[in-house]
Design a protein around this ligand. Sequence first.
Ligand SMILES: CC(=O)NC[C@H]1N[C@@H](C)[C@@H](O)[C@@H](O)[C@@H]1O
Length: 442
Amino acid sequence: MKKQYNGTWESLNSHEVPAWYHDCKFGIFIHWGLYSVPAYAPITWQLGEVPIDENWYANNPYAEWYFNSVNVGRGPTYEHHIKTYGIDFKYEDFVSMWKVDNYKPDKWAELFRKAGAAYVVMVTKHHDGFCLFPSKYTDYNAMKKGPKRDLVGDLTNAVRAQGMKMGLYYSGILDWRFAHDPIIEQNDNFNKACPTYEYADYAYNQSCELIDNYKPSVFWNDIGWPKQGEQNLPYLLSHYYNNVEEGVVNDRFNGLYHDFRTMEYKYGESNRMEKWEMNRGMGLSFGYNAIEEDDKIMSVEDTISLLVSTVSNNGNLLLNIGPKADGTIPKEQEKRLLSIGQWLAVNGEAIYGTRCSKRESAIDESGVQIHYTKKKKDLYVMLDKVPQGAFEVVIPDLSGEIRALDDKIFYDFEAFGTGVKIKIHSHQTSIGSIAFKVPGGE
Ligand SMILES: CC(=O)NC[C@H]1N[C@@H](C)[C@@H](O)[C@@H](O)[C@@H]1O
């Protein structure tokens, strides 16, 4: 019997994170919008690396913040805009320039599946207010203007045809069409947000459009929810769960409710006792940044390390790609996705469908990182940050057979005190972490 939610916090608080969200581990985030036309941001810091103050907002590495980075009236993006487009060029002028001639949603979905992703979260309306879906509540949308397509609907169908879950991102509290004072410190995201009931209703109604028209498996709200709309949240979330039984939401509703916690780059906290998700770009930006080239984005090895450490601590990794304005996925991003997919094709048994082991991640005296996952009675051990060439590592409190998932790993193992010593003779041909299965080892 399907559970019904009745618009109260009590009924919502009985909601449980669905198993699919625990099982899927790896998702693709997609930031694509008007900001993909200028595709510019300075290459500065990771979120959480420096204070989120005036200096951060004047040198914002997020290319999708282009409007605000110009609006602050100083800094590299402001200079770039004046030089490239001129002082009189308005952000809305990018609409007529946004042609999506290379947008092939089926190809995108195929690439995400080859990358080993099990879910996708697409931005439907970012802070700039431009909607990538047809909306009854504004003509500032991709069906009416610019691309003249339902960009969200096209990808939703393609992703589901590939057997992946489709999630949707919505910028709840920020919409620079309703409130466009420059944001120059973190509290401005809340204090300068549009305070009207009109906007709160707009966000509520558009969220219902997304829920009703696409039934997203994830409703990924960003930054916060309009203050004037807080009392309607129990209704919105009940509507969501009553219409999308497998639905799941993040923790960016003014701290009022969440299914899973979020971290973003170095921002936020996670603890392995509750479900969480790490989201970040391959470089410092979510939107495509044309000056962020191959040498400026994460290596495949570092991305796999992030996936392994996140999953072994009860998290999912939502890795962002920023397509070019025309719909082309940048080669350097595509290359990394395919390599991650190769690693997961061999080692995915240690990732997909696993749960947190009671064994916590550790660092061996040689610096090798040891991460664990479990699946029923089986234990998986993943070695990370391993040296080139041969090395040994002791896994404590372990006994019995241990088997590498990648047959290109040459190793021996032996009982060593209360643990097992693994002697790796050669692992050069594999990429990223080395995963072992210990049948019955949990
Ligand atoms: C921690 C937080 O609220 N981040 C907001 C941030 N989220 C990213 C996924 C991107 O959409 C950014 O553009 C957005 O400001």
